[in-house]
Design a protein around this ligand. Sequence first.
Ligand code: KIV
Length: 270
Amino acid sequence: MTTVQDLAEMAGEEPITMLTAYDAPTAAIVEAAGVDVILVGDSMGNAVLGHDSTLPVTVEEVRSRTAAVSRATDDVLVVADMPFLSYGVEESDTIENCGRMLKEADANAVKLESGPHTVELTERLVELGIPVMAHLGLTPQRVHQLGGYFRQGTDEESAAEMLDLARAHADAGAFAVVLEHVPSNVASQITEEIDVPTIGIGAGPDTDGQVLVLNDVFGMSDWTPYFAEQFGDVKGEMENAVEGFREAVESGDFPADEHSYDEEEIDEIY
Ligand code: KIV
């Protein structure tokens, strides 16, 4: 099984791969492809739950989907993404919510969208045996504060703040830091400066690993950010399959003889 220690060993030696997944069948596909980490992202809000943002996602939704991903996988490291306000309000609630992911959903770690308020919290969780992945740069749970899903760390002051926070979280015991939508040169310097792996999304080629949202990789999204890549046309395949079903039923081709059988013992029923 991939462990947080394995990721530390991979950093700088071989790229770490991470994808989101939100259910058992896709998690099994991701694991079979040899990806190192599955993030049960709160991006499920947009990707599968039909919300406009990640804010409505609940602890129970992440718990249930993390459990499904864990049941379908053996080797991959499973990280549960803690939803908005499930951490950082009351310490005891944070510990309980994060703990549920390990106790009830068999996650190996949790991810927190990070800031100054999560440094001590990270230390406390790690002290209790809950591995923490930090997340800096664009933190979508702050969309209303940021005014949109914009690139972060675009001037020297904010880039330096991000570096300080990355160091602080690494010192607090975070086992990896996700850097989302930050300039490549900033991500590159943070990667150089901290001694835990960085995993980038929209952060250029120099981070220790890369993460994408599975819907983008599959080609399932109506819109894909410029930094993501569609590696397939799963949406097109699904549309073809559903269309094929409808046409076959309407034309009488389905069900055919091989899909049906007669019970010979039954003659006539009243
Ligand atoms: O929720 C998510 O999918 C994420 C990734 C984009 C890192 O946080």
